[in-house]
Design a protein around this ligand. Sequence first.
Ligand SMILES: C[S@@+](CC[C@H](N)C(=O)[O-])C[C@H]1O[C@@H](n2cnc3c(N)ncnc32)[C@H](O)[C@@H]1O
Length: 288
Amino acid sequence: MMTAPPNQFDAISPTAMLVTYARQFSDIPFTTELAQLINIPEVFEQFAIERQEDILLLAALFEARYKAVDWAIAQSESKQIVELASGFLPRGMVMSQNSDMTFVESDLPAMIQLKQRLVAQIIGEPSNLYFKAINAASQPSQLPVGTDYLRESEPITLLCEGLLQYLTMSEKRQLFANIREMLKHYGGVWITPDLATKQSQLQIEEHSTPSQRLHQSIINTTGRSLVDNSFNDRAEIKQFISEQGFEVEECSLLDVVDRLTCLEILGGDSENFDSVLGTRYVSMLTLK
Ligand SMILES: C[S@@+](CC[C@H](N)C(=O)[O-])C[C@H]1O[C@@H](n2cnc3c(N)ncnc32)[C@H](O)[C@@H]1O
C-alpha cells in the first residue's frame, strides 16, 4: 500500500513536546495535565536536556508569550478564535469553558489528531471547541473561510505562537497571504509573538551551555535554524509586515514579567531574563 510522503513541516512537530514540558512549570491551567500525557524521557533525550533547570530560560519565554498573547486576546474581545499550530497549547481548553466562545484548534494532521485525543481525556468534548487539520503555510490556503463552525457576521481572532521562527521567508509570506485572505473575509486581528530578530534568537542560544545544546538539538530535530529564519532587525520586521499588507501594534513580553511563576518553581531570578524578554514582542496585526 502506498503511504503519503511526509509533510515538509512534520519534523517541526516534536518541538511541541519540548514547549509542553517547559510550560508545566507555570500556573497556566492544564499544563500539568498535558505534560503528564507526553513522554518526558523522550523529550529529555531528543532535546539534550540533562536537568530540569536547563529549561528555565525557555520556560520563562514560553510562559511570558502565552500570558502576553492572552492579554492581547482580551483587548480584541473576540468570540471566535482560530489558533494555528496549536501543538499542546491549553488555551482552547481554557477558553471553551466560556460557552459564548467558539474556539478552533488546528495543527498538522497527526498532531491535531493526537491533541484532540488528549484534550478529550482531560476535559471531554466541549461542543464549542473544534479540532481541524490545517497546514498554515500551504498553497492554496487551508485556513477556514465560509465554514459552518464560524459565524460569518463576526470578526475573528487568529493566533499563532511558536511557528514562524521555523518558517523560511517564503513560507512566512505564504502564511501571511493565507491569513490576509481570512481576515479580508471575516475582519479581525492576528495575534502572534513569533516575529523575532536574529539578535533575540542568538541571545537565547548563547545564554548558557544547556541553551546551546538545546538549540543544536532543535536544529537536528527540525532541520531548521531559528536564527537563519529570523529577521535581521526590527526595521526589517516592520517593512515585511507592511509589504504583506498589514498594520501592527505591539506589546513587550516584559509587560508580563511580574506574572511569571516558573521562576519560583525552577528557582530563577527575573533580572536574568529581562534582557531576553525585552527584545520580544506580541504583534497585533490588522489589514491596512
Ligand atoms: C514549537 S511547536 C509550538 C506549539 C504550540 N503553538 C505551543 O506554543 O506550545 C510548533 C508547532 O507547529 C506545528 N507546525 C509546524 N508546521 C506547521 C504548519 N505548516 N502548519 C501548522 N502547524 C505547523 C507543529 O506541529 C507544532 O505543533
